[in-house]
Design a binder for this molecule. Structure first.
Ligand SMILES: [Zn+2]
Length: 155
């Protein structure tokens, strides 16, 4: 290699890759999203062997490896187990969200696992682990997790 490029600062280009794709959501996710969209209900699967209620719902219990699952409705209300705050914009933040954006791990009443979702209607400094929150549904529901717009504090 020629010496003429030694000591020259490497050039860095900024670009973006857009990769549209589609996939089948599967029976379990389809039922969860259709129920959320059409009935405004949050549903989970309960293992018939160990009794754990899984949200997001799972077709097979990851502890027992059984398909012995039944559908149950869980509460719209739950507890914040953990949270994170984004104070600067980045690609994972949807266009309709403005920073600061707060994500919470929320364990809904009746579930044994937590759901990751947005917390809104409060300032980052007002979020705390253990606080009670409730689901706020989107006006126009499309069969996605954003049919729950966000979770807000229970007053
Ligand atoms: Zn189980």
């Amino acid at each position: 290699m020629s010496d003429q490029f030694q000591g020259i600062e490497p050039m860095v280009y900024q670009s973006q890759i857009n990769v549209p794709y589609s996939w089948w959501a599967g029976d379990t996710a389809t039922r969860f999203f259709v129920t959320l969209r059409d009935e405004k209900k949050i549903t989970a699967t309960k293992c018939g062997d160990c009794g754990k209620v899984l949200l997001p719902p799972r077709k097979i219990c990851p502890r027992c490896f059984t398909e012995n699952m039944e559908w149950v409705k869980v509460s719209d209300e739950g507890t914040v187990l953990s949270f994170a705050v984004a104070r600067r914009p980045f690609a994972a933040i949807p266009a309709d969200k403005k920073v600061p954006v707060i994500w919470g791990l929320i364990q809904l009443d009746g579930a044994d696992t937590a759901l990751l979702h947005y917390l809104d209607g409060l300032r980052p400094e007002d979020v705390s682990i253990g606080m009670r929150v409730t689901a706020v549904y989107s006006e126009a529901r499309k069969g996605t997790i954003r049919d729950i717009s966000h979770f807000k504090p229970v007053k």
